[in-house]
Write a protein that binds this ligand. Structure first.
Ligand SMILES: [Zn+2]
Ligand SMILES: [Zn+2]
Length: 132
């Protein structure tokens, strides 16, 4: 289902935080929520979800920020690139924005979430499942 996304490397803009994936993501989805919009500065963000055990940090230690009661946002303390978000009650799952992978072409979108907060001019052109 996901082509060539195993053993993918990625990292922040300045290169201080680098990581590698050891497995395919178990989910890839676009999030339209206000929090993702504020954090990224973009209308929406596409995330690939992994079990923490399938991510190897090659260098750097991301900084965590509590963006809501339930969620931590993790980012590079030097250049501020996002690294991941994770739920405080299930830190074993990491949602990594695909834009920080060195080669994100292989990711295939599976779902749209928080479409209730989507900007009206962002138009979804596929039949993938949507969650409001
Ligand atoms: Zn950085
Ligand atoms: Zn979001």
């Amino acid at each position: 289902m996901f082509l060539d996304v195993k053993n993918k490397e990625g990292g922040c803009h300045c290169g201080k935080v680098r990581f590698k994936t050891k497995e395919d993501p178990y989910w890839v989805g676009a999030c339209y929520c206000v929090d993702c919009r504020k954090i990224s500065g973009s209308p929406y963000t596409v995330f690939a979800a992994y079990e923490t055990g399938s991510i190897e940090i090659l260098q750097g230690i991301p900084t965590n920020y509590s963006s809501s009661e339930k969620v931590f946002r993790s980012f590079c303390g030097e250049c501020s690139s996002p690294f991941a978000y994770f739920y405080k009650d299930s830190p074993e799952k990491l949602f990594i924005p695909i834009g920080i992978f060195d080669d994100p072409q292989g990711f295939k979108l599976q779902a749209h979430i928080w479409t209730s907060q989507k900007l009206p001019w962002v138009v979804i052109h596929d039949d993938l499942p949507q969650k409001a």
